[in-house]
Write a protein that binds this ligand. Structure first.
Ligand SMILES: Cc1cc2nc3c(=O)[nH]c(=O)nc-3n(C[C@H](O)[C@H](O)[C@H](O)COP(=O)(O)O)c2cc1C
Ligand SMILES: [Mn+2]
Length: 428
């Protein structure tokens, strides 16, 4: 938390939801092993509860008084970004037909005191609201919320199916409804205890250049044509705290959050839908939580490693440009062990599968050029590599002393007069 920000009275916090895997677990009020179970609770939707008033509306700035430039948004990639961005906006909007709300994180580029960009990828849920509204010539009302109960932030960055209200999913994780208050100028409800709420709309067909922005892959992205948002009013707590996500070059808060969510999605699909004996799934942060997918399994036959790769590739999330399947004794979160498995359980001529004509990863700068020019995302084609680094037949015993010996030595370490006591490696 930074509490002396030049040009703003508000303190600025960053890294509070995904500064590390431990922080992420803490945000869900559990430990690393409890994260999966907490997320499973998000399936029991608990609709929000409407209350009369809330601290998020203690202070109200209407019309020209509502200046979004007073919020302490940062310039993240100095020298490359055109200006400040809000990286942790929980954007709430509503389906005009079903009235079901949605919460998503879509970055907000500050463009003026009452005008911002809203970078929404085509498959995102809010796009459907905009499309439906614009088919009737209407604007799309939205509320941009900063600083909430952590479970709301974590559901807002997770892709629930269209039609699921992320606030109801957050209620499921919490085990009690999220209290919401009505907005003052738009037909929406926002979490009553939020720090800051910016109400406004995407005017009918308002689109403009958005970006460039320092992207998840660790390179600048050019941006593109995206919706524009106009501010009606800003409400906030009496002494609000402003929240941002650290993104850009991995590892980052963004890569931590994404890897957790995507690992759980791949694991759920491989285990629950395909019945594969998967032990662990890791999507590395160095790959922007996208490119490198590691799977360990206690395989029951020689076909399952390839099935696991294909199962993961068939998901819409586009992960695993490089996918490696290993036996369950390998700790796939330890790069040393992964390289050991690749070195001695894999034959390049036999165990590597290259699949062509697959969907590309967004913003992958290695995407091939055509006639020296970058192709637009819709015309890009990529490929995938899958490596089966599981043992194909019985192996000799590993060249390590018995585990009891190692544990006895570790337990006696201090007794030998050596001060630092290392943790014994219990994996073989
Ligand atoms: C730190 C962070 C920043 C993100 N920024 C954007 C963004 O600018 N635009 C976007 O379309 N998705 C972005 N996402 C992904 C969406 O938030 C995510 O897909 C979410 O599920 C969207 O909500 P929806 O499924 O209700 O559309 C970001 C995710 C994270 C973790
Ligand atoms: Mn959604």
């Amino acid at each position: 938390m930074f509490d002396r920000i030049k040009g703003s009275a508000m303190p600025f916090v960053v890294g509070i939801l995904g500064g590390s895997r431990r922080i992420y677990a803490t945000a869900l009020e559990t430990d690393l092993d409890g994260v999966w179970e907490k997320w499973e609770r998000s399936k029991n939707l608990v609709p929000p509860r409407l209350v009369k008033s809330g601290p998020c509306q203690d202070v109200v700035h209407m019309g020209d008084e509502a200046n979004i430039e007073t919020l302490p948004a940062a310039v993240w990639t100095v020298g490359h970004d055109p200006g400040p961005y809000h990286t942790s906006p929980f954007v709430i909007s509503r389906d005009p037909e079903t009235r079901v709300p949605n919460v998503g994180v879509y970055r907000v580029q500050v463009k003026g005191p009452r005008k911002t960009g809203l970078m929404i990828y085509p498959p995102r849920n809010m796009n459907q609201h905009i499309r439906k509204n614009e088919s009737r010539g209407c604007a799309t009302e939205a509320a941009i919320v900063f600083g909430t109960d952590p479970v709301i932030g974590l559901t807002a960055v997770s892709p629930f199916p269209y039609g699921v209200d992320e606030l109801a999913a957050a209620g499921g994780i919490r085990g009690e409804p999220v209290d919401v208050v009505r907005c003052l100028t738009v037909d929406l409800e926002v979490p009553a205890t939020a720090e800051i709420v910016v109400e406004g709309k995407v005017p009918f067909q308002a689109r403009e250049q958005e970006g460039p922005f320092g992207e998840y892959a660790g390179y600048m992205g050019e941006g593109g044509i995206h919706p524009v948002f106009e501010v009606n009013c800003i409400t906030h707590r009496r002494n609000p705290i402003y929240q941002a996500f650290m993104s850009q070059m991995p590892p980052s808060e963004s890569s931590c959050i994404k890897s957790f969510g995507r690992e759980m999605e791949v694991r759920r699909h491989l285990k629950n839908n395909l019945g594969l004996p998967v032990h662990d799934v890791c999507i590395t942060e160095s790959s922007g939580a996208t490119a490198m997918l590691l799977i360990s399994m206690r395989k029951q036959n020689r076909f399952q490693p390839l099935k696991a790769m294909m199962g993961a590739w068939s998901l819409a999330i586009g992960v695993g440009k490089i996918t490696i399947v290993m036996d369950e004794d390998i700790d796939i979160r330890d790069p040393f062990q992964v390289e050991w498995a690749l070195s001695f359980r894999m034959q390049p001529a036999e165990d590597i599968h290259i699949v062509r004509n697959t969907d590309p990863m967004a913003l992958d700068p290695s995407q091939p050029l055509k006639d020296g020019k970058k192709l637009p995302p819709t015309e890009q084609v990529s490929s995938k590599i899958g490596i089966d680094a599981t043992r194909k037949f019985p192996y000799p015993p590993p060249s390590v002393p018995p585990r009891e010996h190692l544990e006895r030595v570790a337990a006696n370490w201090a007794h030998y007069g050596i001060r630092e006591v290392p943790q014994p490696r219990t994996e073989t």
